[in-house]
Design a protein. Structure first.
Length: 318
């Protein structure tokens, strides 16, 4: 790829156990009250009422039994439940609005990196942030889905552990999933919310093409760039060998510090391109470093998603 940061550490497993990862996500999510996504969702769902409430309607998820009323279709009668009483009961499925919160975590090999300045890989932090956000959305009654996973969007609490298990299975071998570091081509429901968590160290034009396809159906997106602090500052001195994570490329540099200024300029230019891309799409963009508390990134993201500047900074960090 055109923008390629060479890593100085060997790939590490992205996650270790779904239980530990989901528990960490739950701990983070408990730090903040459940918040509904309010930015522009209400205008598109006003006809159906406030999105996020559980209500009867068209859907596939069972919600409750209620007594049969004149006008109900007889095919909806649940004869097993009715047989236990003197009344007829019908099954009600839960109403499902078109709006869903879709999440994506980059699982390419570069996300398995962490330097001496951080105790966690980018993939580990991205997974925790994603699951913490999912936990908050589920607690608020939102339907959550994970792009690339064959899991139907849901707001049930078991969803969190299913998402964690999927991330562990596919993140235990970084690079087994998203080889190109780009979100998959997926047809999302109109007016969905999409949160993409990645280092975004990919060619901006390729990313722009992919995101434009995702944004075509009025999808509101949020880009969260997760970087190791060493990738931000290039803190190395003297003779160093830089190796591509999971690839054959290697580069020996005699005086690493001599490249620091040019490196930072290139990183800043790349980030400016990401910000401009997000601006053109009407999406948000924020940066998180793995040596910083994850709560800060989670709160910032919630502020961006809710459109409430008092909840989180609407300015990209870093």
């Amino acid at each position: 790829m055109a923008f390629d940061l060479k890593r100085t550490a060997s790939p590490a497993p992205a996650f270790d156990s779904p239980l530990r990862l989901s528990e960490e996500a739950e701990r983070l999510s408990r730090a903040y009250p459940p918040l509904l996504i309010e930015a522009d969702r209400v205008a598109h769902t006003v006809a159906q009422g406030l999105h996020g409430r559980r209500r009867a309607g068209v859907g596939e998820t069972f919600w409750q039994f209620r007594q049969y009323r004149p006008g109900d279709e007889t095919a909806r009668i649940d004869w097993r439940r009715s047989g236990r009483s003197d009344s007829l009961f019908v099954r009600e499925n839960e109403w499902e609005a078109a709006n869903t919160v879709w999440l994506w975590v980059n699982l390419d090999k570069g996300m398995g990196f962490h330097s001496h300045l951080s105790h966690t890989t980018k993939a580990e932090r991205a997974g925790v942030l994603t699951l913490a956000l999912a936990q908050l959305m589920i607690a608020a009654g939102e339907r959550v889905g994970l792009m690339g996973a064959e899991l139907a969007p849901s707001h049930h609490r078991l969803t969190l552990r299913r998402l964690a298990a999927w991330l562990v299975e596919h993140g235990s071998d970084p690079g087994a999933g998203d080889q190109d570091g780009l979100p998959p081509v997926t047809r999302l429901q109109r007016f969905s919310n999409l949160v993409l968590v990645s280092d975004f160290l990919v060619e901006p034009d390729a990313l722009a093409e992919r995101l434009s396809m995702l944004a075509a159906r009025d999808v509101r997106g949020h880009l969260v760039q997760v970087l190791d602090p060493a990738e931000e500052t290039l803190p190395y001195e003297g003779r160093k060998e830089f190796a591509e994570m999971g690839g054959p490329l290697k580069l020996m540099i005699g005086r690493t510090e001599s490249l620091r200024s040019a490196y930072r300029q290139r990183l800043a230019a790349h980030r400016d391109a990401l910000r401009e891309l997000a601006r053109r799409l009407g999406w948000s963009f924020t940066v998180h470093h793995t040596d910083q508390p994850p709560q800060r990134a989670l709160l910032t993201l919630y502020g961006l998603m809710s459109g409430d500047p008092s909840t989180g900074s609407v300015r990209a960090n870093g």
